[in-house]
Design a binder for this molecule. Structure first.
Ligand code: SF4
Length: 378
């Protein structure tokens, strides 16, 4: 297949669904790690085509959703400082901190700008030497290389008024944390193909071995996901637990070596708190000592942050696969994309947003008129 629409071919999809049914003899629960895969599954109704008892558990792989409240509050505190140009991808602007968001800071006169690349933020720093330009660097192994490259370029070009607010997280430690939870129901993983395209696949066989779970590297189109599920079911039924790469057209086993080198130069591994989940050891990156001058957390006095999470929001349970979004009492009522209580409702990769966009008529009596949400307008 060469073209994107071929990865949605209904005849091939039906054949894969039939094979999954033919292979399945008992219930299985598998987790798709990435929020992009969650949206594809819900959007195309893939979970509803599976045999009874085969459950897709939605994982914590939405970068916006897992960015900790403390970092969001630090972003808000930095963005409202005079002289600062605070740059972020658009998804972060609606994410609730302790009572407000970046839109509120912008509405109150803060210079908050949506950019499409960290290099846009670096350009702004070059063009505004009398201002401090901060880029909000969040995300998994996919977005981290571009942010690392931007810091590398800032130092190389002598741009001193640029800094990065870093909240990068790593997938393999999250898989380990999920498997070690006493409430874990996950029996297999669809690994995030784009993460593996950067980091390769070598981190996964030890996890498959240690926890006795199949891990299948999977893409994002409907046929990619069905093929990932098919391979996973075959392994589960056979009692195997191995790494398989079902996304070989994008993922070489060794990953992207220049990107990995850039990551190693600019970042170092650190403990990270995941919003709704808690601290996971060695699960993120911070700027290495060589680039400490570009760390926005040390450049601005934002150490004394008091966080206040919504009492209603159950996004931590959603992110760990313990409940589905519609099982949260606030879903579609107190919590909507226009008035989100948690990041999972507002992020384009959030599980609550996926259910609100594609499934809400099945699960809630709407308390708000339709057609008003940010997610709907995309
Ligand atoms: S529906 Fe809203 S309140 Fe409930 S878990 Fe999702 S984001 Fe949180």
């Amino acid at each position: 297949m060469k073209y994107l629409d071929e990865f949605s071919d209904p005849d091939l999809a039906r054949r894969l669904v039939d094979e999954i049914h033919a292979e399945t003899t008992q219930p299985w629960a598998m987790m798709e790690v990435c929020g992009g895969q969650t949206h594809s599954i819900i959007r195309h109704g893939i979970d509803q085509l599976l045999p009874d008892g085969v459950e897709m558990i939605h994982g914590p792989g939405c970068p916006v959703c897992v960015t900790p409240l403390e970092i969001i509050d630090k972003a808000l505190a930095i963005a409202e400082q005079p002289g600062v140009i605070f740059c972020s991808f658009g998804d972060m602007l609606r994410v609730p901190g302790s009572g407000r968001d970046l839109f509120a800071i912008k509405g109150a006169g803060g210079d908050v700008r949506v950019v499409y690349s960290p290099l846009d933020a670096l350009r702004l720093a070059r063009e505004n030497p009398d201002r401090e330009v901060v880029f909000f660097g969040i995300g998994f192994e996919t977005t981290a290389p571009a942010n690392a490259m931007t810091v590398y370029q800032a130092r190389r070009q002598g741009i001193a008024n640029f800094s990065l607010l870093v909240s990068h997280v790593l997938v393999p430690p999250a898989i380990a944390a999920i498997m070690e939870s006493p409430t874990c129901r996950v029996q297999a993983f669809l690994a995030a193909g784009h993460v593996c395209s950067v980091m390769g696949t070598s981190q996964y066989p030890p996890l498959a071995e240690r926890y006795g779970v199949p891990i299948v590297v999977t893409g994002f189109e409907p046929l990619d996901i069905l093929e990932g599920i098919r391979r996973t079911v075959i392994q589960l039924e056979a009692g195997r637990h191995e790494l398989e790469n079902a996304y070989a057209r994008v993922v070489p086993p060794e990953g992207n070596l220049p990107a990995q080198e850039m990551l190693r130069d600019v970042f170092e591994v650190t403990d990270r708190t995941w919003r709704g989940i808690g601290m996971i050891p060695a699960s993120g990156w911070r700027l290495s000592d060589r680039y400490a001058d570009f760390d926005a957390e040390t450049r601005f006095a934002v150490g004394d942050i008091h966080t206040d999470e919504s009492k209603l929001c159950r996004s931590g349970e959603v992110l760990q696969g313990l409940i589905k979004p519609h099982e949260c009492a606030a879903f579609g009522k107190e919590c909507t994309p226009r008035n989100p209580l948690g990041a999972t409702m507002v992020s384009s990769e959030g599980a609550c947003a996926a259910y609100y966009t594609y499934r809400r008529l099945e699960h809630v009596e709407l308390s708000q008129p339709s057609g008003t949400g940010l997610v709907e307008s995309r």
